[in-house]
Design a protein around this ligand. Structure first.
Ligand SMILES: *[C@@H]1O[C@H](CO)[C@@H](O)[C@H](O)[C@H]1NC(C)=O
Ligand SMILES: *[C@@H]1O[C@H](CO)[C@@H](O)[C@H](O)[C@H]1NC(C)=O
Ligand SMILES: *[C@@H]1O[C@H](CO)[C@@H](O)[C@H](O)[C@H]1NC(C)=O
Ligand SMILES: *[C@@H]1O[C@H](CO)[C@@H](O)[C@H](O)[C@H]1NC(C)=O
Ligand SMILES: *[C@@H]1O[C@H](CO)[C@@H](O)[C@H](O)[C@H]1NC(C)=O
Length: 572
């Protein structure tokens, strides 16, 4: 993954945040007159939110928009086109017009996706009049309605990874986790992206805004607050000042470095861990249809092509990392190459590149074929987080995790050493001995557990299924299961959830919460036109889906057959 993206210069940032948002106490408040001419009135805060081409207290002043090319910044993400209406979060719930990511809600409705409104009793409701109901198992999550400049005025097609912050917001609503009453909330969700806003001058104003506008941040010291940090090295790419402001916040990140690793000293500023177990959650990257389209061919789906697993072990990819892609151990010749992947790829290559039955190569023309025809696959990091262990599991290849101090997705809550193989890095030279000593029965048991783990590692209720799954155990629901444990047993160390809580254990083992409920399989992740003719007649609906290929249909793929995000299947 590319590691840096500068979104706006300090000057542009000044323009963004020079709009001052008055601190507010909750309760119904009027917006400046004329607000709804072009903008959306957040009636809870009396704040008028503007589309990209208007500004001012009532959004009546024409504006060039902070995200057009300006002040020497040529960043394609910030082009603010008036795109397809489905590009807005939850397609504005059919209660507003989509203006390039911004929902201009019909008067009376407000919130990023127009899901909120006041009722006769003077209380804010979620999707009033639609039979929206809360998930009985919880958790209950309050979603902060932050100003649109912070998160939605983006061209998501141009982002270098999926907009997790918006995808989560959609599923929190469509899964029945969203409450409009902050006093009853178990958790508070800030729908910003720390990757997107990673500079202090962008992220700090967002956190300050949350702390000044609502009382809950101060009340909790920032605990029970949740926000994604999808950077290559998670919170370790954030400024120290921001990390200190948010020491109690739960970061959802792809990078699970929980302790000091000698090869990664350069990212480990001041020796503050990038990920704190029990506070943060390591989440899987989103295999998105515009990118990893081959995951729908997984042999875990019985209709797909099956292959014999003729390779004991498979790894393909850059070994010495960037710089000189052809370099191979022992000739990774500068420090970054030696340190790439914490030294794991190099050690595995050095010891096993020509072992019989093993395929360890610097690249392959067909990952899908190689994952499907191997028994064990390396879960290797790159410069930061890597996706190989996740894609391997999706292909039923038992992942081998061998990076010290680095948690893989959903560790420590879900033990990769139970379905896969986890070894200390210093044991890499003995890996062949270990893997080749497993009996066929042991391998078969691990494969069955890997097939279940693969459900946790795919965002299927967002993007669509890949193996005929219902989505009950997908990545989004796994986050919810972990949060339920945080609520239920706040003092229990996360590595003990599985042993001590039967409901959590059943979830991790993919046992349905209500076996009688009979949920149908999800539609298959849409990866582009022509899928139907390749045997995927159950593809998620393309017309609504393709243009939102990085997020799935409004509310997520689980809502493909539902008239609105209020009526999507709920697992409770
Ligand atoms: C702003 O964009 C809308 C289209 O969404 C357009 O109708 C309107 O004329 C634009 N206003 C200005 C001042 O550019
Ligand atoms: C929370 O604390 C900060 C720092 O003390 C303060 O500036 C802010 O106004 C407080 N927020 C509220 C809602 O009182
Ligand atoms: C984090 O939580 C602790 C314990 O509740 C509290 O003392 C501390 O002030 C909080 N830190 C911040 C930055 O709010
Ligand atoms: C797998 O190998 C067995 C035994 O060699 C063979 O009979 C079978 O046809 C192979 N299956 C596939 C899908 O290639
Ligand atoms: C394995 O690699 C070593 C060193 O790279 C080489 O000397 C040896 O000939 C190779 N063996 C085979 C079977 O390719």
């Amino acid at each position: 993954m590319r590691s840096t993206l500068v979104w706006v210069t300090p000057l542009a940032a000044l323009l963004i945040f020079s709009i001052t948002y008055a601190p507010a106490v909750l309760g119904r408040k009027p917006c400046p007159e004329g607000c709804t001419t072009f903008g959306t009135c957040n009636e809870e805060l009396g704040r008028c939110d503007c589309p990209w081409n208007y500004t001012g207290p009532a959004c009546l002043t024409p504006h060039k928009g902070f995200c057009v090319k300006r002040v020497g910044v040529d960043n394609p993400i910030n082009t603010c086109k008036h795109g397809d209406p489905t590009l807005c979060v939850n397609a504005c719930n059919s209660r507003g017009d989509c203006k390039g990511g911004f929902c201009r809600c019909k008067p009376g409705y407000f919130g990023t996706d127009c899901s909120l409104s006041y009722n006769d009793q003077g209380k804010v409701e979620v999707l009033a009049g639609t039979n929206y109901r809360l998930n009985k198992r919880g958790p209950r999550i309050y979603v902060y309605d932050i100003p649109p400049d912070f998160h939605v005025k983006r061209d998501i097609h141009q982002a270098d990874r999926p907009p997790l912050q918006l995808a989560l917001m959609e599923r929190i609503l469509s899964g029945g986790y969203r409450t409009a009453d902050p006093e009853e909330a178990d958790f508070f969700y800030i729908p910003g992206s720390a990757r997107d806003l990673k500079k202090a001058y962008l992220l700090q104003p967002l956190l300050s805004y949350v702390a000044e506008t609502w009382p809950y941040w101060n009340r909790t010291g920032g605990a029970r607050h949740i926000m994604p940090a999808e950077g290559d090295v998670g919170t370790c790419e954030l400024p120290l000042m921001v990390r200190q402001m948010a020491v109690n916040m739960t970061w959802l990140q792809f990078w699970g470095m929980y302790d000091f690793h000698p090869h990664w000293g350069q990212i480990f500023h001041n020796r503050i861990p990038c990920m704190v177990p029990g506070r943060d959650i390591v989440v899987p990257f989103m295999a998105m249809s515009s990118h990893d389209r081959f995951v729908i061919e997984t042999p875990l789906h019985p209709r797909n092509r099956q292959r014999n697993r003729t390779h004991t072990f498979f790894f393909a990819g850059g070994v010495c990392g960037s710089g000189n892609r052809r370099a191979l151990p022992p000739n990774c010749n500068y420090y970054k190459q030696v340190r790439y992947s914490g030294g794991v790829r190099q050690a595995v290559y050095l010891h096993f590149h020509n072992r019989t039955g093993w395929r360890v190569v610097p690249g392959t023309d067909d990952y899908a074929r190689d994952y499907a025809s191997s028994t064990f696959c390396l879960a290797a990091a790159g410069g930061g987080w890597g996706k190989r262990g996740i894609v391997a599991a999706m292909y039923g290849c038992i992942p081998v995790a061998a990076t010290d101090m680095l948690y893989e997705a959903f560790e420590p809550e879900m033990d990769w050493g139970r379905f896969g193989v986890r070894i200390p890095q210093s044991d890499i030279p003995r890996l062949a001995e270990l893997l080749e000593s497993f009996s066929p029965q042991q391998v078969a048991a691990m494969q069955a557990r890997t097939a279940c783990a693969a459900q946790h590692l795919h965002w299927s209720t967002n993007l669509g299924g890949i193996m005929g799954e219902t989505g009950e155990f997908d990545a989004f629901h796994t986050i919810m299961a972990i949060l339920r444990m945080r609520r239920k047993r706040p003092d229990l160390p996360p590595q003990r959830y599985y042993a001590e809580d039967a409901e959590f254990r059943d979830f991790i083992d993919c046992k349905p919460f209500r076996p009688s409920a009979r949920h149908p399989p999800l539609c298959t992740m849409y990866v582009g036109p022509g899928m139907e003719t390749r045997g995927f007649e159950d593809a998620c609906p393309p017309a609504r889906y393709y243009f939102r290929r990085k997020m799935g249909p409004p509310g997520g793929a689980i809502c493909a057959l539902s008239p609105s995000p209020a009526s999507c299947p709920i697992f409770d």
